[in-house]
Design a protein around this ligand. Structure first.
Ligand SMILES: *[C@@H]1O[C@H](CO)[C@@H](O)[C@H](O)[C@H]1NC(C)=O
Ligand SMILES: *[C@@H]1O[C@H](CO)[C@@H](O)[C@H](O)[C@H]1NC(C)=O
Length: 407
């Protein structure tokens, strides 16, 4: 059966589901209440709310241990005459491994990561990590804050090319009044944010924690942007706190459910790299990925970029806690499900990147998003749009904000 037919069936099921959802739950009065949460160790207690500067600086021990594991890797054998249709090719993994051991420098990547200011602050019992970049030049106007949220299996590193475009537009062919103050947190359990010690860290809890973070930084009103989990978290913030934000820009709003064995992946850097890098190939250009001997993973990203993202998961041991967000948020979780039918009323912009894993036509999006002021069919790009096509995304975001602020 063709993939197209499968796609059509999925689309029809999705349309019916959304339309039924729209018919039965079309009432703003059904907004659920938001409870408070505690995810620290032990019983709830007061936390230190200070915001503390943070530097990415992994210990030598972790890097030595990694080198040993890379030296002692146990690889299997490829099928003959296949490309990435059968998954990550061992032949190509040998090249990646060679590069990782002999050419890639985590210390250099740390310097790149540390070019922006990082902080941590304790919210609901866990240390939340975030990058905070203020506009390079002050326009004298009140700052326009933007909360950028990454997804899985990405990290804050996805935004490294986008950040300068948004915070220093004048150096990137834009004008001063387009500047944002950007706050870019790691989702709890991802990278440098502490993982929850208690169950229940779902998308609503992440959204609530991020709203508290923004308030702690003095922002009662802000824009939101995200793809993958970042989109879902941004949407739930827009639903649960409709007075809080200026607008929502989402690059897409559905994720694929993924089956993983993350506890194995935390033990094998090569397994982790294969698992994560495969997504950067497949979700960026599936056809090309399947029909290339290297999975086309370096078509749009460099090995350094891909390895840095993998290293953020490896050095923090966070692959297990990262995929827990799927368990906590999908299927049968009443707290999150209650929000699915709540409409989004804030000004919304949707950016559809043609190679993404799911494209949501505007007509379907309108069932849920009641105030779409911009819907952009992008000329190119896939799931990791911020890292792949930062200029397109920055321009789209800036255009959206112009529409919202000129109203
Ligand atoms: C990282 O930590 C080491 C050991 O504590 C220290 O010598 C080094 O200066 C730190 N690097 C950065 C960039 O903070
Ligand atoms: C990796 O490093 C080796 C030795 O320094 C060098 O010869 C090689 O060209 C490098 N490979 C890549 C892909 O940069």
């Amino acid at each position: 059966m063709g993939k197209f037919v499968l796609f059509l069936i999925t689309l029809i099921i999705l349309m019916v589901a959304l339309l039924l959802g729209g018919l039965f739950f079309d009432k703003a009065s059904q907004i659920p209440t938001i409870k408070d949460g505690w995810f620290g160790r032990g019983k709830k207690k007061p936390v230190d709310e200070s915001v503390v500067p943070f530097t990415v600086n992994i210990t030598d021990d972790v890097l030595k241990d990694l080198q040993t594991r890379l030296e002692n890797v146990r690889l299997s054998e490829d099928l003959e005459n296949v490309k990435f249709q059968y998954g990550f090719q061992v032949k190509y993994m040998k090249e990646v491994l060679d590069y990782w051991k002999n050419n890639y420098s985590w210390r250099e990547s740390e310097e790149i990561l540390n070019q922006f200011s990082h902080f941590k602050t304790n919210i609901e019992g866990i240390d939340v990590h975030f990058i905070h970049v203020k506009p390079k030049r002050s326009t004298g106007k009140a700052t326009r804050a933007l909360l950028l949220t990454h997804g899985w299996p990405g990290s804050v590193f996805e935004f490294y090319k986008l950040l300068p475009m948004l915070t220093d537009p004048i150096s990137h062919g834009g004008s001063e009044e387009d500047a944002f103050e950007v706050i870019c947190p790691s989702i709890p359990g991802y990278g440098f944010s502490e993982a929850a010690h208690q169950p229940g860290m779902n998308t609503l809890a992440v959204g609530r924690i991020f709203v508290k973070l923004m308030a702690r930084l003095g922002h009662e009103s802000f824009y939101l942007q995200g793809g993958d989990w970042g989109a879902i978290i941004s949407i739930i913030i827009a639903q649960a706190y409709p007075d809080v934000e200026g607008g929502l820009e989402s690059s897409e709003y559905l994720v694929l459910y993924t089956k993983a064995n993350p506890f194995a992946l935390n033990d094998s850097p090569v397994g982790l790299a294969a698992y994560i890098m495969e997504k950067f190939g497949a979700w960026t250009n599936l056809e090309l990925h399947l029909n290339s001997i290297d999975g086309a993973i370096t078509e749009k990203f460099t090995l350094d970029e891909l390895l840095t993202n993998v290293m953020i998961y490896w050095t923090t041991g966070s692959i297990g806690s990262s995929v827990r967000l799927y368990k906590e948020s999908l299927a049968g979780h009443e707290e999150v499900e209650a929000w699915e039918s709540v409409q989004v009323t804030v000004p919304t912009s949707l950016a559809a990147f043609p190679n993404d894993i799911y494209l949501v036509p505007r007509a379907i999006a309108e069932v849920r998003f009641k105030n779409i002021v911009q819907y952009s069919m992008m000329p190119r790009g896939g799931h990791f749009a911020a890292l792949e096509e930062p200029r397109l995304l920055a321009d789209d975001l800036i255009a959206f904000v112009k529409i919202v602020e000129n109203k």
